[in-house]
Design a protein around this ligand. Structure first.
Ligand SMILES: [Fe+2]
Length: 188
């Protein structure tokens, strides 16, 4: 399936109504918060867009299936597949790897793990649990390791109730502008 920008915006319009089980903010507010955290960190636009769209696998699944069918195992892989043809690997790889990054942080930083939301802690086992030392070392060598870790940190921070300075429409407009900026510099 070939994705286009209007389809992504349509999905995120629906995301304004969806809250993942165990979470407290809508998927749109979560996407917006991650995008804002990336922007505030001075991240390049492609990584900002990865922040915005990292849960597109969940957003797509919730738009097409009832919530109980949401698949925590596959949402990162699905997101990577959906995003690569449109934006290239600088966007899709951090998204594809953001669950691996969660497993890495959980394995290597206990303090980080304790701050995770209830849902994020519950889904860890389903997502493969802790990594072995060899898996950690292999992941550290991945060219998008640092971006995936950074994205994961924003993911875990971007779940604050009451922090959504934009209206849903303003958020969608910001997303559209960022998509256009990234597409202007992307050859896929
Ligand atoms: Fe997320």
């Amino acid at each position: 399936m070939q994705w286009q920008t209007p389809q992504i915006l349509g999905l995120y319009q629906q995301a304004a109504r969806h809250v993942l089980p165990g979470e407290r903010v809508t998927l749109l507010a979560h996407a917006w918060q991650c995008g804002r955290l990336a922007e505030k960190s001075g991240a390049p636009e492609k990584l900002q867009l990865a922040g915005w769209l990292h849960d597109i696998g969940h957003v797509w699944t919730m738009a097409h299936h009832p919530p109980e069918d949401a698949d925590p195992i596959g949402h990162a892989a699905l997101g990577g597949q959906l995003l690569e043809p449109l934006f290239g690997q600088a966007v899709s790889e951090p998204v594809r790897l953001h669950v691996m990054a969660k497993r890495y942080l959980f394995t290597t930083r206990g303090a980080h793990a304790r701050k995770l939301s209830e849902q994020a802690q519950r889904s860890l086992a389903l997502q493969g649990g802790l990594l072995t030392e060899e898996e950690c070392e292999a992941f550290e060598k991945h060219p998008y390791f640092a971006d995936a870790i950074q994205l994961r940190v924003w993911d875990d921070l971007g779940k604050k109730e009451g922090w959504f300075e934009a209206t849903p429409q303003d958020a969608l407009d910001q997303l559209q502008a960022l998509i256009r900026a990234v597409q202007a510099t992307t050859v896929t």
